[in-house]
Design a protein around this ligand. Structure first.
Ligand code: GDP
Ligand code: MG
Length: 240
């Protein structure tokens, strides 16, 4: 499988270089696409420099301003599909998602999953160093989504996900509405409604040690109401 990891970045100067080095040290021949939203801290300049060392494997989309995680991933998905990648991964730049787990998510795809989720809540709660408030919010959100949607996924807001290209091709990316945590829920729910096989792989999630979280509380509101809306939506596969 041709594999592409998409990492959206906004002010990840402290993490980006180590992340690129780590991904390229892995077995598995991953390519990497950074989607940077004009980070004021100069993340894109660092990526541009690294691209000269890895011209065949490291790519970047630069956007004008902070346009949100959801649209960053959608731009990345389209880029990946246009270039024939077969396995497409979402991952944060902050090492909360251990890049070594990319190999496990790949194994899940190879074993037949269409979507493989790096999940914090498969058995108990595998989160290290998150403030209790955030952990409770995230865990309750996952219960709420399961209750409202009946989707058999324990970590619906997870941002560490591998998709087979067929899944992203079948989803009408123009119709994905949510931007923050809701985006992650909406993608998984749509894939599930379209009949794709979703597998959760247990990971340990560690809070970032460098840089700060870019997620805002407002994206919880979007997700809360958006999830209710999902129940009333119809989903149809895009024909290619
Ligand atoms: N391109 C882009 N990346 C973003 C945006 N918001 C967050 N990110 C990146 O998306 C990833 C997840 O954000 P993060 O701050 O770690 O959220 P948290 O893990 O929920 O605290 C990180 O790599 C961020 O740099 C955005 O508006 N645009
Ligand atoms: Mg993060």
């Amino acid at each position: 499988m041709r594999k592409l990891i998409i990492i959206p970045t906004y002010n990840e100067r402290e993490n980006i270089e180590a992340m690129v080095a780590k991904v390229f040290s892995l077995a598995g021949d991953f390519s990497l696409l950074i989607v940077d939203d004009g980070s004021p801290d100069g993340t894109a300049e660092i990526v541009r420099r690294l691209m000269t060392t890895h011209p065949e494997r490291l790519f970047m989309i630069e956007r004008e301003g902070k346009l949100g995680l959801g649209t960053a991933y959608i731009a990345g998905f389209r880029w990946a599909l246009d270039r024939g990648y077969e396995a497409i991964y979402e991952m944060d730049c902050d090492f909360s998602h251990d890049p070594d787990d990319l190999l496990h998510l790949t194994a899940e795809l190879e074993a037949g999953a269409d979507v493989a989720i790096g999940s914090r809540y498969v058995c108990g709660v595998n989160v290290v160093n998150w403030p209790m408030r955030r952990l409770l919010l995230s865990w309750c959100a996952s219960r709420y989504v399961k209750f409202v949607t009946q989707m058999p996924v324990r970590d619906a807001t997870a941002g560490f996900v591998a998709y087979r290209a067929e899944v992203l091709r079948a989803i009408d990316l123009d119709k994905v509405r949510m931007h923050g945590y809701g985006f992650q829920i909406e993608m998984k729910y749509t894939a599930w409604k379209l009949g794709f096989n979703i597998k959760e792989h247990s990971i340990i999630f560690r809070d970032r040690t460098a840089g700060t979280s870019k997620m805002r509380g407002s994206t919880f509101g979007e997700a809360f109401w958006g999830v209710l809306g999902l129940r009333f939506r119809r989903f149809r596969k895009v024909e290619n």
